[in-house]
Ligand binder design. Structure first.
Ligand SMILES: CC(C)(COP(=O)(O)OP(=O)(O)OC[C@H]1O[C@@H](n2cnc3c(N)ncnc32)[C@H](O)[C@@H]1OP(=O)(O)O)[C@@H](O)C(=O)NCCC(=O)NCCS
Length: 226
């Protein structure tokens, strides 16, 4: 067995955290057993179906970090909310977006990993935002012409999204998300998807009010091998 095909490097995370990082991809306990025995120093992620037995992960010292779920919605099920003054715009500066992004993603698995520096976890999301901004995949979420948040979307997958702190917790998100989702549906796409932490209750309720349903849960485990 060539175990390297199950250990995929994640160089974008290595660059941020300063050590080698990988995702181990398999659904088989037998393959996990072979791979886990020979792990070299570095940080490793495993994503498994929640019903998969975690015994082998615990035996090798992996620890739980998060459960991810996939919101999805098709054009016909989408529930639209409209409010005057709420718009999207591509004419936004990356510096303004980073101010909103920095420190916003506390529900991410990197923030929940006690072995990782939270400042570097913040930096990881800032760099990811810069990357999708540079590839023209980010909208600004605007309220009366002021930047209130951002929405990153690659094709029909919503990848990174946040409201600025002053707009959060006011029941406003559904209006911004409506404008952004409608933009994607107005292109060729029939379905929109995302990936969220099941513990992020405000984003879960947000997607629920917009008519999204949820599928493909995965439990995420990490290990830092020194
Ligand atoms: C996720 C985010 C955009 C949601 O925006 P928000 O302004 O906080 O959310 P809202 O106040 O509009 O609330 C959204 C829904 O969740 C509900 N809700 C909000 N906070 C809640 C809480 N703590 N518990 C339960 N329900 C909650 C609200 O009732 C609302 O539903 P409604 O509009 O039907 O009443 C915002 O919190 C944010 O930017 N967070 C940081 C970045 C982030 O987590 N992004 C998502 C990563 S996947």
């Amino acid at each position: 067995m060539d175990i390297s095909e199950y250990i995929l490097p994640t160089p974008w995370d290595s660059k941020v955290f300063g050590f080698d990082t990988f995702e181990i991809v398999s659904k088989s306990e037998e393959i996990f057993n072979s791979v886990f025995k020979v792990l070299q120093p570095g940080h490793y992620t495993v994503k498994v179906n929640p019903l998969f037995s975690k015994k082998i992960l615990h035996e090798y010292g992996f620890y739980y970090c998060d459960t991810l779920i996939e919101p999805y919605c098709n054009r016909n099920s989408f529930v639209e909310y409209v409010k005057a003054g709420i718009q999207i715009s591509k004419l936004v500066s990356i510096d303004d977006l980073i101010k909103i992004s920095h420190g916003a993603f506390i529900h991410g698995r990197f923030h929940k990993d006690f072995n990782l520096d939270r400042n570097l976890a913040d930096l990881r999301y800032d760099l990811w935002l810069k990357e999708i901004y540079n590839s023209q995949n980010v909208f600004g979420l605007m309220s009366d012409g002021q930047i209130a948040g951002f929405w990153g979307c690659v094709e029909n997958k919503i990848v990174l999204h946040a409201l600025s702190e002053e707009y959060r917790g006011r029941g406003m998100a559904k209006y911004f998300w409506s404008a952004a989702c409608q933009e994607v549906f107005s292109q060729k796409y029939q379905e929109l998807t995302s990936s969220i932490s099941a513990s992020n209750i405000s984003v879960l309720n947000l997607y629920s009010s917009l008519g999204f349903k949820f599928r493909n849960p995965v439990d995420v485990y990490h290990i830092l091998v020194k």
